[in-house]
Write a protein that binds this ligand. Structure first.
Ligand SMILES: [Zn+2]
Length: 391
């Protein structure tokens, strides 16, 4: 960056927001981390001392949010002491090389994720803005065995198992007192009875008292129904285990104004050892659920479960498109919708003067070919370059 703290991205096509028409041959001028001008290249005055990045042929959007990630793989353990360079490479591989400048972690060891976030916020490690639920609340007996965790590549950390409303409220309060940004709970598990609706409601009430959202991991449409009745805010997965989402489920979800993180590519990953026909049926069921939700005008937050699923989100974009979501709606799920949901829309989510310079430059035009959302050339957060492709 130049002496005046100026950075200029010059020559790309700019999608200022999902609702604005694209701005060809544009320029974005950043000063001290904030966007100060956006417009046609010819009309934006670039100061002589600005650091200029030629973005000809690229597409520029606001930085992406992934609203379902996990910092629970073994590689993140001891985040306070991993050498900064190694930690930076890990963050880049999972997130910033795919354009993610804001993430919501839905299950990890709170103290460890906080240590990672602190190192990023101190400027020691380039990385995204992190929000986290800390450990999720589980039904009794739902914690996978040590062997399963080891095979999943997940570090061992304690998670509160809650039987009823009182225990659930107490566990939620403890996490909130420790400073988490939201509460995550598992509505059920394969090895135990589901959480009673009263426990989910008690959890939601505690979180909402602290003005924090609640995310639920459902394993079936029945779990979704219970959770929305109990007041959760975000459904963290589609549920291909239980077949199509019918009109009654969609209506209940809409009535409560919940949001969904689709995690579509997760399902093929989970079924990767099974026959293609089984993989495809499972994945297509989830695509159908998102199709029904999107057709009803439901709120979608982009989310992949990265950490439990693959790092490259390109297939997720293709699957969302197959579910009938247009490019502007997919872009909204990555930018404006999460910024609004999580109270950041004055600061993040658009390419506009006064907002933080969280930006992504893409090779190709995702309005023409949605997979271009996965072809990231450059990622900035508050005007700092977090990632730049070397090829
Ligand atoms: Zn998850």
């Amino acid at each position: 960056m130049g002496n005046g703290g100026h950075l200029a991205l010059v020559g790309g096509t700019i999608y200022r927001s999902p609702d604005d028409s694209p701005l060809p041959d544009g320029a974005v001028l950043v000063q001290n981390g904030t966007i100060v001008a956006v417009g046609p290249k010819a009309s934006v005055r670039i100061p002589a001392d600005a650091r200029v990045l030629d973005c000809s042929g690229l597409t520029i959007t606001a930085g992406f949010w992934n609203s379902h990630v996990h910092f629970f793989e073994r590689k993140w353990a001891d985040a306070a002491t991993i050498p900064a360079n190694e930690l930076a490479r890990q963050v880049e591989q999972m997130l910033t090389s795919h354009g993610f400048t804001s993430v919501f972690d839905l299950g990890s060891m709170w103290e460890n994720t906080r240590a990672l976030r602190d190192r990023i916020e101190r400027g020691e490690v380039p990385g995204p803005r992190i929000r986290t639920t800390g450990a999720g609340l589980l039904p009794p007996g739902a914690m996978p065995s040590d062997l399963v965790l080891a095979m999943m590549g997940v570090m061992k950390f304690p998670a509160p198992e809650v039987a009823g409303a009182a225990q659930a409220a107490a566990a939620a309060r403890k996490l909130l007192d420790a400073g988490v940004d939201a509460i995550k709970l598992f509505a059920s598990s394969p090895h135990s009875p589901p959480l009673p609706e009263s426990a989910i409601r008690a959890t939601a009430d505690e979180a909402h008292r602290a003005e924090k959202p609640v995310f639920v991991h459902p394993n079936s449409a029945a779990d979704v129904l219970t959770a929305v009745r109990a007041g959760v805010d975000v459904i963290a997965h589609t549920t291909p285990q239980s077949g199509a989402w019918d009109a009654a489920i969609i209506a209940a979800m809409q009535k409560r104004r919940v949001a969904v993180t689709p995690t579509l590519q997760l399902w093929k990953h989970q079924k990767r050892h099974d026959r293609f026909s089984a993989q495809e049926e499972f994945a297509n069921t989830a695509v159908g659920q998102l199709r029904a939700w999107a057709a009803a005008g439901g709120t979608v937050l982009f989310g992949t479960d990265v950490g439990a699923a693959e790092y490259d989100p390109t297939d997720e974009y293709a699957a969302m498109s197959a579910a009938g979501m247009t490019f502007p709606r997919i872009l909204a799920s990555l930018t404006t919708t999460p910024a609004e949901r999580f109270g950041e829309s004055k600061r993040l989510g658009r390419v506009a003067p006064g907002l933080e310079a969280d930006l992504v430059a893409l090779r190709g035009d995702p309005a023409k070919q949605v997979r271009a959302l996965g072809a990231v050339e450059l990622t900035t957060r508050a005007g700092k370059i977090l990632y730049r492709a070397t090829t």
